[in-house]
Ligand binder design. Sequence first.
Ligand SMILES: [Zn+2]
Length: 246
Amino acid sequence: MGSMNFDAVATRNAVALPAGDAPAIDALDLAPPGSRVVMVAPHPDDEILALGATLSALHDAGRAVRVIAVTDGDASHPDSAAWPPERLRTVRPAETAEALRRLGLDPNAVVRFGLPDGGLAGREHALARRIAALLQPGDVVCVPWRHDGHPDHEACARAALEATRAAGVRCIEFPVWSRVPAHPAHAGLRGVALRRILVPADLQIAKSHAVQAFRSQLDDDGETAAVLQPLALRTWLDTDEWVIAP
Ligand SMILES: [Zn+2]
């Protein structure tokens, strides 16, 4: 996710998009049979919060799912004695592995780039080359939206778009922070061709359980408020997941 707080007043006053009108698509529409899904996750938890259920459904239907962990999320607790960067670099990738396991996905299907959390802007071309080197014909790449409102997310989008153009494969963007009604980037989704992927009840339960694996982001450690606040969590644990039609 990447540390980014917004205040409770904005949360109360926020107006959600009328996304209920967005056309619903099936998770399997994202990637044809035989294709591989490559999820580009700026921080450990983005992949699960935004599209955990969709990835699980794709895996169950026989699509190979791979995750590129661009950073290890070691900047989520700046100046925290309890969560120094070296601890986060160990704990957060392990949390993603556990969350993937809880969704029936392969916890080892993750390639870690280890780039600096909070420092991806300006590294897009190098990142694009590293992504492109992993791509195969027919891949479908998923990445946060280019206007998601977090510099790392937007840099990953620019890199993935460059890599997929070069490789001639499909790139699908999805909102993470911008999905949260209180976030300033949310309003930017108006006019964007959103598609909703309905999450069946059993997958809602599995996703909720998977999200609980991100303890470092959910717990108040006494000096830093939880990174993932309840109202935002409720958004990501809704009955659908969103993508932007390519
Ligand atoms: Zn993130």
